[in-house]
Design a protein around this ligand. Structure first.
Ligand SMILES: NC(=O)c1ccc[n+]([C@@H]2O[C@H](COP(=O)([O-])OP(=O)(O)OC[C@H]3O[C@@H](n4cnc5c(N)ncnc54)[C@H](OP(=O)(O)O)[C@@H]3O)[C@@H](O)[C@H]2O)c1
Length: 279
């Protein structure tokens, strides 16, 4: 089994270049700071100097004057740009990357083999597929490529995501399922929470009370399953008394096809990820 122990890794001297601190790169930068990367060692480069300054200041990190300057002394280069930009960016930065650097891409679709092809066979490249709840330490990150990089880089990647929630090793073949089950799933849960809150308001609760009750119940239900290890069907059956309120609501959910809708959403996300992946 691969060693992902992060206990002995001191991140206070690790230099990270974050190229693209947007909706996903920003939370990734935050979780790395939380894990122990020092603000002066997290260098941010966006598409312009103003944007780099803005993003660095929002994160409490340091703006780089250029992409080349950001990567020059880096131990890790995190790519938070759009998938179609990744290979062009790597080609641009190839000469500036220090030897021994770990390149960690957040992009959907761009494979490790394409990145290696652009950088040269010996390049240390990994992919990370995070979701946005990493910004509150309750996210999920799928790490790819660990088996092909040296163990120190693999441990380093895990250490950088040690405050993200859970970070697991996955293969590139699994990333499509991962996107359905984690990457995009947080947005599906947001939609369900929105729908439940709206209905609670329609039933007569004030919006702030409705929001608090729905969010606490969703959080509590997930925590119960995690902490007690109960199967969801067992937890559901335990609150379904014959002819009672819950069993009536559950039957309505099944009649309305909620289970099928959720499955279709996850499958659509996985299919979109597959379609985005270059041959
Ligand atoms: N959003 C998600 O939930 C999610 C989940 C997992 C993975 N991802 C992956 O994360 C990546 C970024 O997605 P996003 O949603 O965060 O996009 P985004 O919010 O548009 O962020 C893109 C970032 O890239 C910067 N950028 C653009 N061109 C650049 C260049 N030439 N040099 C340096 N920086 C440049 C942008 O800076 P400016 O603002 O200055 O243009 C912006 O900060 C994608 O590859 C996506 O597949 C996203």
């Amino acid at each position: 089994m691969t060693d992902t122990s992060t206990d002995s890794i001191d991140l206070s001297t690790v230099r990270v270049a974050l190229i693209g601190a947007g909706n996903m790169g920003g939370p990734v930068g935050l979780t790395m700071l939380e894990a122990g990367v020092r603000p002066e060692n997290l260098r941010v480069a966006n598409s312009s100097a103003e944007s780099s300054e803005r993003a660095a200041s929002a994160l409490g990190a340091t703006a780089a004057t250029s992409r080349a300057e950001a990567v020059r002394d880096a131990d890790v280069v995190v790519l938070g740009v759009k998938p179609y930009q990744v290979l062009d960016l790597l080609a641009e930065l190839r000469e500036d990357l220090p030897s021994g650097v770990l390149v960690l891409s957040l992009a959907a679709g761009t494979t490790l083999s394409h990145m290696r092809h652009t950088l040269g066979a010996g390049a240390a490249v990994m992919r990370a597929m995070p979701n946005t709840p990493i910004s509150v330490g309750e996210g999920a990150v799928g790490l790819m490529g660990g088996a092909d990089v040296d163990p120190a880089h693999h441990r380093l990647a895990h250490a950088l995501f040690s405050k993200a929630g859970v970070a697991v090793d996955i293969t590139e073949d699994q990333v499509h399922a991962f996107i359905g089950a984690a990457g995009s799933l947080s947005a599906f849960v947001f939609l369900l929470i929105e729908a439940m809150t709206d209905e609670a308001v329609r039933l007569g609760l004030k919006r702030d009370l409705a929001a608090a009750l729905v969010q606490q119940t969703v959080r509590g239900a997930a925590t119960m399953l995690t902490e007690e290890g109960t199967h969801p069907a067992v937890a559901k059956n335990a609150v379904s008394s014959p002819g009672g309120t819950t069993v009536q609501g559950l039957a309505a959910l099944e009649r309305e096809g909620v289970r099928n809708g959720v499955a279709a959403a996850m499958a659509a996300a996985a299919d979109a990820s597959r379609a985005m992946t270059e041959d």
